[in-house]
Design a protein around this ligand. Sequence first.
Ligand code: LLP
Length: 421
Amino acid sequence: MDHFLYRDGALYAEDVPISEIAAAVGTPFYVYSTATLLRHFQLFDEALDGTDHLVCYAMKAASNQAILKTLAEAGAGMDVVSGGEYLRAKAAGVPGDKIVFSGVGKTAEEIRTALTGGIRQFNVESEPEMEVINAVALDLGVVAPITVRVNPDVDAKTHAKIATGKSENKFGIPIARASEVYAHAASLPGLKVIGIDVHIGSQLTELEPFALAYQKVAELTETLRSEGHNIRRLDLGGGLGIPYARSNDAPPLPLEYGALIKDTLGHLGCEIEIEPGRLIAGNAGLMVSKVIYVKSGEGRDFLILDGAMNDLIRPAMYEAYHDIVPVIEPVPGTEQQPYDIVGPVCESGDTFAKQRQMPPLGAGDLVAFRSAGAYGAVMSSEYNTRPLIPEVLVHGDQFAVIRERPSFDEIINRDTIPEWL
Ligand code: LLP
């Protein structure tokens, strides 16, 4: 469910017409709904009702501080994967004891930043990383709380580029080696082992892979406890998928996911953490773009938009499908026609959709990409010297620009020319 609906023939974000935002900030832009962000966070929070838990938003999905602050004020913790994300979460007011640090390549500097500023736990991905965290902690005279991320060798049944729980993936330690690795961790004085972490992939549309992974985590909890480890926190990662096309079957609901967690792990009495990103932010954001030209090609018409692959890379990178809807609602009965919907970037990969059925559109018309709130703005680039597009947050009948469009001067002046030129 989201808060982007047609009203009186025009698309709204909550109580604000999209066309009003477009007139104020220009196109293209991202727009997020506060109500949708909060609703999705609350669905997870309620799904884990009755268990000691913390929903740590995977801020890699959409990391604008206004979004982080919105969620943090509702009680969310954060899952960060870099020193930059850590500092950004802190800047948005998230306390260190609600920040978990994931990722396979944490550097000593990043670890130091987090240990200095306060951290809930590191989700450790390898023995070399464990040694570095131990060394930095001892140097600072602190003890670092850790879980170890285990790789359960489960097929998440999602796009290969975002599956992370198979043995061939770079993530976690093989679950079969867990006893050995936990014994190693327990021997390091700068570390305090508090739990287990697992994350098997993103955009999962079935519960079964979660069930397989969580059962393995349940067994491992018992084994490690019998070996003397005080396992009291389980970080279960993120990954629950969202409906990208309204015609598709909807993925399982957070409530069903929460019930699965309670069924498979509830008896262990552990504190539960989850790290959802996409389900919180994905359908809480649109990318709005304008048609520059309608071009007749050989046997096809192209809608050439002012938004491009550098603004929303998911279709080019993962062959991802996004619903694209006109901002002016077509009158019922309008005949649709197929378009190839493309951006202005100079490569054929800059294609959002091929032969997509749309109502007839012309230059100047606005279209909205649905489900663009997660892995949209955060994955954008300035390829072709195209400025990063603004982000706007709506709250009821108010909206605010939460990231400005940079000027060309700002972009160009970042370059420095060496003195020999
Ligand atoms: N926790 C960890 C350790 C992760 O690696 C991820 C996502 C999450 C949580 C959040 O997963 P989510 O709930 O959002 O599925 N750029 C890709 C998605 C990459 C996901 C990376 N890791 C895309 O646009 O589909």
